[in-house]
Design a protein around this ligand. Structure first.
Ligand SMILES: [Fe+2]
Length: 187
């Protein structure tokens, strides 16, 4: 299957059906010709050491964004939200941990213990949530968000700032300052 064939999938239909029952997502994807093997072939390494995963947009419209992430060994995303979007993450290769956070009064605090996802599991993304994912070793994950992600915030722990990042930026503190739309110091 060529990449342009992937843009012909009914991504929004697949996401809307699976939001009701997230465990259905892998089955619906395979039924639509989106296999683990094909996604593994398409996954791209990150080019920079500071980027925890290589980001490959498989499809994007205002309504939906489909992003394939190839995670470096034991890397971790920076804590982030998803703007106004909700969606699902399919951990198609490798096991992962997800940590939820809460930000208030200038402090970012972990909420509960990390949640473990075995290879093949699906996680739900809620727009108001702040989280971070990390692979136990290496990994590949497929992210479906609706609407397409806008105004994502990344929490920069080192500089105690919350950054609103450009739509083409992943869940990390960008090195290029033109990818930072807004910067708010923690009080
Ligand atoms: Fe995320």
């Amino acid at each position: 299957m060529l990449l342009q064939d992937l843009s012909q999938r009914d991504w929004l239909g697949i996401l809307n059906q699976s939001l009701l029952t997230p465990a259905l997502l892998p089955v619906l994807l395979v039924n639509n010709g989106v296999s683990v093997e094909r996604l593994t072939q398409l996954a791209r390494m990150s080019l920079n050491l500071y980027e925890p995963y290589g980001r490959h947009i498989l499809y994007k419209s205002p309504e939906i964004e489909v992003m394939l992430a190839k995670w470096s060994y034991r890397s971790a995303a920076s804590p982030h939200n998803h703007g106004y979007s909700r969606g699902l993450i399919w951990f198609l290769k490798g096991d992962f941990n997800e940590q939820h956070f809460q930000f208030s009064k200038g402090q970012l605090n972990a909420v509960g213990a990390p949640v473990y996802f075995a290879e093949g599991d699906v996680a739900t993304v809620v727009s108001s949530d702040i989280h971070s994912c990390s692979p136990v070793g290496e990994g590949i994950s497929l992210h479906l968000y609706s609407p397409a992600i806008q105004e994502m915030k990344v929490w920069d722990l080192a500089n105690k700032e919350t950054l609103t990042v450009a739509d083409e930026c992943g869940a990390w503190v960008p090195q290029k300052s033109d990818l930072i739309i807004k910067r708010v110091k923690w009080e």
